[in-house]
Design a protein around this ligand. Structure first.
Ligand code: 13P
Length: 253
């Protein structure tokens, strides 16, 4: 069975103290999720080292950067490289979140460079894809997400692709309280798996975890995660509240 993942994307929220308390509370209430499950905290880069220390002896937990720069190193004041993140013992990095695509002009080809750097540094990329409302209303969402995958991932070898986690996050469902129905999520996840299968073969596609993101909360997580091609969630707002995120962790298959 594919790894089932509950990933918390804190975005630009919480003070250092609040963040530490949140992780402590979750670790206290859910010290040992079952093997095959993974809980990942995508925290602000400043907090990575502390977050990493907190989960150090907990194999089902990991931490993630929310972004890396698309160059290896050099004169890029204020940016953070894949090597720097990896040197803290961090396991994951979110790549291509729609907020970064939109506000920071990250294109599919820049994201391909980030994916390469993440993999070179043994970071597991959580690669985000997803369409805007306009695209869904035009009925072209399948082609749109397929091109996000092909332009940022399809240069990878099979061995490399197997290290990638995909997160489908329809933009119209992010932070809006408007979740995709579990049927809409399943349809898109199945389509993404078919797209992967066409390029890499079914057995490879069947091993890739595909997370759903967009207004996941304690009350809807189980319904969404129960879909056969949904392997957990990438969670924004609800991951900032211990009780909510605990429900989401417990809703993993
Ligand atoms: P919300 O869960 O707040 O809708 O955010 C989803 C998201 O963007 C996670 O990366």
């Amino acid at each position: 069975m594919r790894t089932q993942i509950a990933a918390a994307n804190w975005k630009m929220n919480l003070s250092f103290k609040e963040g530490k308390q949140l992780i402590d509370e979750i670790l206290m209430q859910e010290p040992e999720p079952a093997p095959g499950k993974k809980v990942v905290f995508a925290v602000p880069s400043l907090y990575l080292r502390t977050a990493r220390k907190k989960i150090k002896d907990k194999p089902q937990y990991d931490v993630s950067a929310q972004n890396i720069y698309h160059k290896k190193s050099g004169a890029f004041t204020g940016e953070i490289s894949a090597m720097m993140v990896a040197s803290l013992g961090v396991g994951y990095v979110v790549i291509g979140h729609s907020e970064r695509r939109e506000y920071f002009n990250e294109t599919n080809s820049i994201l391909a460079e980030k994916i390469n750097l993440a993999l070179e540094n043994n970071l597991t990329p959580i690669f985000c894809c997803g369409e805007a409302l306009q695209t869904r209303e035009a009925g072209t969402q399948n082609e749109f997400v397929a091109s996000q995958l092909s332009e940022s991932l399809f240069h990878l070898t099979t061995e490399q692709l197997l290290k990638v986690v995909i997160a489908y996050e329809p933009i119209w469902a992010i932070g809006t309280g408007k979740t995709a129905t579990s049927q809409q999520a399943q349809e898109m996840h199945k389509w993404l798996r078919d797209v992967l299968a066409k390029k890499y073969g079914q057995s490879v596609a069947d091993q890739i975890s595909i997370l759903y993101g967009g207004s996941v909360k304690g009350s809807n997580a189980q319904e969404i995660f129960s879909q056969p091609d949904v392997d957990g969630g990438l969670v924004g707002g609800a991951s900032l509240i211990a009780d909510e995120f605990l429900k989401i962790i417990r809703a993993l298959k």
